[in-house]
Design a protein around this ligand. Structure first.
Ligand SMILES: [Zn+2]
Length: 190
């Protein structure tokens, strides 16, 4: 009887270890942050990105992200490779997509007019993959169409919002970084 219990314990231990190993292997591709992000709105140039980081919003909120203005229907693409974490509706964000991507970060795309055909939660996406189109759903109803793009770094102690503007402009201020090939390709496409 004792031997049965011992084998069961060893089996559970092995399963747990395999599970943990699987989680680590799954997370590894997203560990390192990209130096630059692909522009999430097609045709927009890095110079057209203006930081509205922590601008005051109604209800004592602070703006956590950048607003990228473009005509309704303009393609919204993934800024990094990753996995579609959530596809749904928020009261503020309207129609949204969240991608868990590089830099163990959640990339949040809000106010979408539509989702890309066939896009589903759990889909693996590369930088530049279609997610949807620019719109003004959610609390952007009364504003010109734009993509609200947010970044939330996932850490051991929770999730921290970070300003996406420096990465979208191609690097951290005062630092020369490589330009993402995806960002270049997208900004050159008309
Ligand atoms: Zn916004």
């Amino acid at each position: 009887m004792r031997r049965v219990w011992l084998s069961a314990l060893v089996a559970v231990g092995c399963l747990g270890f395999a599970w943990a190993l699987g989680r680590v292997a799954w997370a590894l591709p997203y560990w390192e942050a990209p130096k630059a992000l692909a522009m999430p709105v097609e045709g927009l140039l890095p110079a057209q990105v203006h930081s509205q980081w922590h601008a005051v919003r109604p209800g004592g909120r602070r703006h956590e992200g950048v607003d990228l203005f473009a005509p309704k229907g303009t393609a919204v693409v993934s800024a990094t490779r990753g996995v579609v974490w959530r596809k749904g509706w928020d009261s503020l964000g309207g129609r949204v997509v969240t991608v868990l991507g590089e830099g163990h970060t959640l990339y949040y795309y809000a106010h979408l007019d539509s989702w890309a055909d066939g896009l589903d939660e759990g889909d693996a996406v590369r930088a530049g993959a279609a997610l949807g189109t620019v719109g003004n759903t959610g609390n952007a109803r009364t504003t010109p169409p734009h993509l609200h793009f947010g970044m939330y770094r996932v850490g051991l102690l929770g999730v921290t919002a970070v300003d996406p503007a420096p990465a979208l402009r191609g690097g951290v201020a005062g630092e020369v970084t490589r330009s993402s090939p995806d960002a270049v390709a997208l900004s050159q496409r008309k």
